[in-house]
Design a protein around this ligand. Sequence first.
Ligand code: SAM
Length: 319
Amino acid sequence: MATSLARQWWDIYVRVPESMSDATSAYLSGLGSSAVVFHEQAILTPQHEPCIETWPQSAEWTVLQGALPLDDSLPRHVAALQQWLHTCAWETPGVQLYCRPLRDVDYLTQWQQFFQPLCLEERLMIRPPWHTSPVPSHMACLTLNPGPAFGTGTHPSTHLCLLLLLQCAAHYRGCRLLDIGCGSGILSLAALQLGWQSAVGVDIDAQAIAVATHNAELNGLQDRVQFFHGSWNIVTGQFPYITANVYLGPLVEMLQPVTRHLAPGGTILLSGLLASQETAMRTAVQKAGLAVQTRREEEGWVALAVQRASAEEPGASHV
Ligand code: SAM
């Protein structure tokens, strides 16, 4: 992890109306931002340096702080964020975006003290490497060090995918899984611990691939999983199971071509969706010829398990 933090980062500050804070956080995470922090009732005073101040009168505004790696993609990511803010909030004066080189690298790892073991339905424990209490013998265990990559299991979008994986594990043991936007590798590695045979993970963030590979080694799973820098289009073959916890824009864009990598009768778990975005996602699901099998919601986030009809059964029932 020390080497991955040695790279340079940029601090990203965005001030948005509170009603846009979840969507903005999802967008920042989707760009590969680490550790998005919410500063509620805050204002941003940017005279010389962006400075966050608590300001009870500005209860309807939130300042989000994220960090993006300083590499070739930074200008593209900042431009995309600017464009997205302009599209979503063009009628809202007061939306602000500031970037500067990150000085307090510690902020990227401070959250680690809050990463406590997570137990899912008494079947799977996910815990950080520095937590060493015994794991009950009836539970599978995944040791995970997300470092600066996204994916500890506590964010609702990841938690929902893990619950859907648990729900499917009963039927799908022994299958191959494709994990699009793998982040820390949490979903592919959890699937392997739950009985999936092998997994391929892809992410457009090279650092996520380094973190996911490290996590595979931490669990002795390196022979059953491969992580690649890129997206779905570098993958070949078909998978009975695909997970994609990204966010609405790329999910809608990729769903149709990704369906070609889904085996007949296979399932895609779509997550990273705000409840307000579900209708748009369902429209794309229908266009891709898929059917929603299961829906789960948590804290305003939604995940859908969608299925491709099997060769013998041209239509499938919808939820
Ligand atoms: N899978 C992890 C989880 O469930 O916690 C991480 C999900 S995080 C919300 C989204 C990840 O998708 C980020 O690591 C980001 O770099 C990656 N990502 C965004 N757009 C992508 C795309 N078009 N193809 C592949 N990865 C993408």
